[in-house]
Design a binder for this molecule. Structure first.
Ligand code: DHE
Length: 517
């Protein structure tokens, strides 16, 4: 029998808990959960008004430990403190149990997804924007501190609206091709549709239980949602968020896999999927005339495009597990980072084969890569998540042209056709307050900005004309700083709650080479 202690503080280090929790570990946690947590987080831990409490979601939780949140609650949310109802050991047991895997992989099929869909009754479509700003220069700033998005006028930087998002948005929101609607995804699999002209949410649907990112089809008709849980890709109609199809992810050999990410390849009229657990790249076609590949082992298309099986799937075997992608501007070549973070490969999507190896040690973050003209070639640059380096690669020879030494590992990079500079953050380590500005031709760091010493300074987005760069102070009492992109002088600071990514309508819908796609 485990004897409970009375004070939460005595167990804060967790060391004693580790000793106590051997054997009869988490014995009472399920009943404590049922009594105190299930009404908000769901009987099955998959979420309700509160987020899902499963390891896939909790291991991404930054900030206070899970036990501390249970004990002390979360400020500015509906999560209350339980320290006066549960003792220290109960709290540690509960936290440990929540981080343990679910007993079986939950199902989340078309019927569940459709049942989760809500379309806002008070939403009324409008014929023109309800504001006077340039619709192509609207910029969204995701504020992860309190789960909101600010809608900014890209000329005046006035906040036109600030609306609530689902909990824990991840990845770039995706605009409809005309820039009017935006689709936003949370790690719990919720997809939100928002009308920028009307400044109103249109609706929400839970497309997966634990999701990675979304992609918009080139024709604007479909949003694809990459899911870890269940192992699926959900295709939603952009019109009304209804399910067009749920594709179960099983390799050619029948092995299931999580989807690491989904990307759009507009010239190919396809979505391209990075798979976590099998060495394959998938292409899911949405156009009326999908290319006719043979049924050879590397070029298999399942099903016909017309009824009864829309969205045919092509499965390409790769020599390695490829986890994170970057495409050339033609979308013929996809650069993939190895799952072990030690290198990468280039796959030609037309022939469905590897055409080159990439020299990319230090876990490249290809999703943040950008390209630009360098002399008579095009180069691509990517930060590394475990190495203070930006790698620059020639897109014709696939050789590494330069490794630019930075003050620490970075997460995001951005540029703009009209800017001579690339901006690269230092996201991790003691220099997380640094933002490097790199000359696109000399490939040298020409300035390092430190607008908020000691704070995380990360992620950049440009205005439509590239005249200004917006930088996040990634803290709960943070800000978006607006820089003159030429003089590199600060112009203005907009207070925001832990702003993460910023997304300019024009740069996104025109696939600017300086931004992630
Ligand atoms: Fe992201 C984009 C994967 C952790 C914030 N992140 C992406 C994309 C991928 C990805 C594949 C591109 C998809 C897109 O935009 O459609 N991210 C991963 C990971 O695998 C990783 C390392 C670990 C994980 O478990 O997910 C990871 N990402 C994070 C974070 O910890 C960040 C910093 C904070 C958070 O919100 O979780 C984070 N990721 C972002 C942001 C983007 C993003 C802000 C969009 C960047 C853009 O400019 O488009």
């Amino acid at each position: 029998m485990i004897r409970r202690t009375s004070s939460f503080d005595t167990l804060k280090t967790g060391v004693l808990c580790a000793l106590l929790l051997t054997g009869d570990a988490w014995a009472d946690a399920p009943s404590d959960y049922a009594e105190h947590c299930a009404s908000c987080h769901g009987e099955n831990r998959l979420g309700g008004v509160g987020p899902a409490l499963i390891p896939e979601a909790l291991k991404r939780m930054r900030g206070p430990r899970v036990a501390a949140v249970i004990a002390e609650g979360r400020t500015a949310t509906q999560m209350p403190a339980f320290a006066h109802e549960l003792d220290a050991l109960q709290i540690e047991e509960l936290a440990g149990w929540l981080k343990s895997p679910l007993e079986s992989n939950p199902e989340w099929g078309e019927a569940d997804i459709m049942a989760s869909r809500t379309l806002d009754e008070d939403y009324v479509s409008v014929d023109a924007p309800v504001w006077d700003s340039d619709p192509m220069n609207i910029t969204l700033a995701v504020e992860t501190g309190d789960h909101h998005v600010s809608v900014l006028d890209g000329d005046t930087f006035e906040v036109l609206d600030r609306f609530e998002t689902p909990f824990a948005v991840h990845g770039g929101p995706k605009f409809s091709p005309d820039g009017r609607y935006v689709f936003i995804m949370s790690r719990d699999g919720w997809v939100q549709k928002y009308d920028i002209w009307a400044l109103k949410q249109v609706g929400r649907v839970r497309a997966g239980l634990n999701s990675r990112n979304i992609a918009m089809s080139g024709d604007g008709k479909w949003v694809a949602v990459a899911n870890y849980l269940p192992n699926s890709l959900t295709l939603l109609s952009t019109e009304d968020l209804s399910v067009a199809k749920v594709i179960e992810i099983k390799s050619k050999k029948g092995n299931p896999s999580r989807v690491s990410a989904v990307y759009q390849a507009p010239p190919r009229e396809s979505f391209v999927l990075a798979l976590k657990d099998v060495p394959e790249i998938w292409e899911v076609f949405y156009g009326d005339n999908p290319p006719q590949f043979g049924l050879g082992h590397d070029f298999r298309i399942e099903g016909q495009f017309k009824n009864p099986n829309p969205f045919p799937v092509r499965k390409i075997t790769t020599p390695d597990y490829l986890d994170d992608f970057f495409f050339d501007q033609s979308y013929e070549y996809v650069m993939g980072a190895s799952r072990d973070g030690k290198g990468g490969q280039v796959i030609d999507l037309v022939i469905g084969q590897k055409v080159a190896d990439l020299d990319l040690p230090g876990m490249p973050h290809l999703g943040s890569g950008i390209t630009w003209k360098h002399g008579d070639t095009t180069v691509m640059a990517t930060p590394h998540l475990t190495d203070g380096t930006v790698s620059v690669i020639d897109m014709e020879t696939w050789e590494t042209v330069k490794r630019i030494k930075t003050e620490g590992p970075g997460f995001f990079m951005r540029s703009h056709e009209n800017s001579p500079y690339v901006w690269a953050d230092v996201f991790f380590g003691p220099n997380k307050d640094a933002m490097h500005v790199i000359d696109k031709q000399s490939l040298e760091i020409v300035k390092t900005l430190r607008p908020a010493p000691g704070k995380t300074v990360a992620h950049v987005e440009f205005t439509k004309d590239g005249s200004h760069a917006l930088v996040s102070i990634w803290e709960d009492d943070g800000a978006v700083i607006i820089y003159d992109a030429k003089t590199l002088e600060e112009v203005r600071r907009l207070p925001m709650r832990k702003p993460s990514g910023k997304y300019n309508v024009w740069n996104k819908i025109t696939f600017s080479e300086g931004t992630s796609h």
